[in-house]
Ligand binder design. Sequence first.
Ligand SMILES: [Fe+2]
Ligand SMILES: [Fe+2]
Length: 255
Amino acid sequence: MNQHTRPQSISEQADHLEEEMMHELERVVTKSTLHYLSDGQVTMDTSAGLWAKHPGAVFNMGPDPRLPPMPEKPTLIDYFMCRFAQHAHLLQSATHALKAGCDEKVILACLLHDIAVVSFIRCDHGYWGAQMIEPYVDEEVSWAVRTHQALRFFPDEAAGYPYPEMYVKLFGDNYKPEPYIVAEYERARNHKWYMTSRLICINDIYSFDPNMKVNLDDFVDIVGRNFRQPEDGLGFDNSPSSHMWRTMMWPNRFL
Ligand SMILES: [Fe+2]
Ligand SMILES: [Fe+2]
């Protein structure tokens, strides 16, 4: 029996593991400037600065071993499972729409309306979310996801949407939407798909119910019928938003 085929002793296994961990650590994980900006710092990771700290290190150019591994050809559901930090709000909102008898486009829009917040970025989440899904859904769905960001600040009592009390708590009494949000609202108010976006808001505000039972499985068929899952996997399909999905998959790829 030679050295390579005999079983390793405990101490050899420990050495091996330690060596592997060192290699792992050599693939230095870096942060995008946006993470620093969010912390109030205008700064960035530079290769020179990182090499001063980790001489000879190479930088992570692929998956982060600390995150759940993604399959080779990821689907929207895989992102739900492996990258969305929370689905309860999305599922509750979609469940409300389902129970209210809304059509599938509205249910899908509710299911996806805040995906930017749970996976990517908060600021302008309606715009980011719409862009992420645009190549894969009916235009009405991405339009509604984009404009819900503006509509939610403007009540429509006749449609059953008062100004959410939650927003007074979240943003204070005096919060006034910025002019670009007001302009978006005014455009949306007269649009033929206005009600689709308004229905996202209507199902949104009543969705914070900790006792409501929700299940992603209830929506797999609706996703299947209404979300054009790319054959090569979401992120590898060369669509105008593939890079956004890849960034979620590999959030600290060096370049
Ligand atoms: Fe939202
Ligand atoms: Fe929401």
